[in-house]
Design a protein. Structure first.
Length: 79
């Protein structure tokens, strides 16, 4: 949930700098356009990180479940 909050913030900043770049002229427009473009990499990184983290948690929990089942089964066989 922290990453999704960060993603929302970054998208908001991206939108704000896009609007600033379109509205202003001169140096401020150039700087805003550069920041607007640079934030795209952060957005892409977060869009990759969030599903990857969810997949990590899913497979980690699945492995723990399989380990628990294996431990229980091996205990039943030993008896």
């Amino acid at each position: 949930s922290t990453l999704t909050g960060l993603l929302g913030t970054v998208v908001g900043v991206y939108t704000a700098f896009g609007a600033l770049a379109a509205a202003e002229t001169g140096r401020m427009q150039i700087m805003a356009a550069g920041i607007h473009q640079a934030i795209i990499t952060t957005i892409v990184g977060l869009c990759l990180a969030i599903p990857s983290l969810l997949a990590h948690y899913y497979f980690r929990d699945r492995m723990r479940d399989l380990e628990t089942r294996q431990t229980i089964q091996s205990g039943n066989v030993a008896r």
